[in-house]
Structures are given as C-alpha cells and as structure tokens.
Design a protein around this ligand. Structure first.
Ligand code: IMP
Length: 179
C-alpha cells in the first residue's frame, strides 16, 4: 500500500469484477441501438475506469473525451464549470453513456449532461465507478454505480489529489497529513 494512505478501500480485483458486471449491464441495454453507443469519459480521473470497462463490452462502441474544470488542487468543488476540452466529434442522435470516476456534489455531471443534451444526444446515461451520496448537492440520475463509498477523500485508479496518486491500481483513503 502507498505510504500516504490510511487504508485500501477497494482493491484491484474488486474493481475489475465490478467493471465486468457494469459492462455486461450496459452492453445488454444498448445491444439494439441504431447508432453506436458512445462512451464519453471525463478527463482525467475516469481514464483507468474507461479502459477497464470498455475491455468487457460485448457490443460495438465508440469513445470520446471531455475535460471540464472541477476541483483543481483544492478540496472544494468550484461552482463554475468550464469546458477545458470539448468532444472531437458530433454525438447527434447517438446514445451516450458518460463515464465518471466519482459523483460527489453532482454539479460536474449536471453541467455535462446539459451540455451533451444541447449537442443533440439521443439519450444520456451515467456510469460512475464511485458514488459519495452523502455529499450530493444537486439531484442527478446515475444509472450504473460501481461502489457507494462513505464521505472520505479517496485517491487511486484515476482519482488524484493535486495530480498525484492516479496511477495506484486500487482506491485508497488518503491520510489527512497529505491534503
Ligand atoms: P462533483 O461535481 O462535486 O460531483 O465532483 C466530481 C469530481 O470531483 C470528480 O470527478 C473528482 O474529480 C472530484 N472528486 C470528488 N471527490 C473526490 C475524492 O474523494 N477524491 C478525488 N477526487 C474527488
């Protein structure tokens, strides 16, 4: 375990197993769409989860990325959401599943759903590796959730603190001395 962590909350095997189950559910739901499903991953935290999830999809999919401002290097979510990187292609009339690392206040997702809706997506659902329901400030429908977690600051498997710890292959609780 990384020395800056209090403990490992979710290990690599658990993440892989849960990703397989979620990929199966999503594949079944989108097996018969006229246009291919596009997984829209939110940079940078969702990259390892996207990679795990897409390996287990049994239908044709496409992927794209968006980067919106959220935490920066602070612990509090900014209220202003800016697009730092937009999608590369049109998503008009395509079914979309947004791939997120963690849903906290829900503000990032709320804003992204609105943006994708304005771009003419046929349908929009969300898959998130983690959910911290106790921190929710706005209501957002997350159709597929990997793990519900308590109100702790977690890092690893894409999640960072000040750009660190993203490479860890598990999710751990960061020790207070390090944030
Ligand atoms: P929301 O808009 O408050 O739901 O924030 C979602 C974003 O905040 C996530 O995509 C993460 O980048 C970040 N975030 C929220 N909680 C944590 C955490 O415990 N560790 C690392 N990043 C977090």
């Amino acid at each position: 375990m990384h020395a800056h962590l209090d403990k490992i909350l979710i290990n690599q095997v658990e993440i892989v197993e849960r990703s397989k189950q979620l990929a199966k559910e999503i594949s079944e739901k989108y097996a018969k769409t006229d246009k291919p499903l596009i997984l829209v991953a939110l940079l940078k935290g969702s990259v390892p989860f996207l990679a795990e999830l897409m390996k287990h999809m049994s239908i044709d999919i496409e992927i794209d990325f968006m980067d919106v401002s959220s935490y920066g290097t602070n612990m509090e979510s900014t209220r202003d959401i800016r697009i730092l990187k937009d999608l590369d292609r049109s998503i008009k009339e395509h079914p979309i599943v947004i791939v997120e690392d963690i849903v906290d206040t829900g503000r990032t997702l709320q804003a992204v759903i609105k943006i994708l809706d304005n771009k003419g997506a046929q349908s929009i659902e969300v898959v998130s590796l983690l959910d911290k329901p106790s921190r929710r400030e706005v209501e957002v429908d997350v159709a597929y959730i990997g793990f519900e977690i308590p109100n702790e600051f977690v890092v690893g498997f894409g999640l960072d603190f000040a750009e660190k710890y993203r490479e860890l292959p598990y999710i751990g609780i960061l020790h207070k001395d390090f944030y």
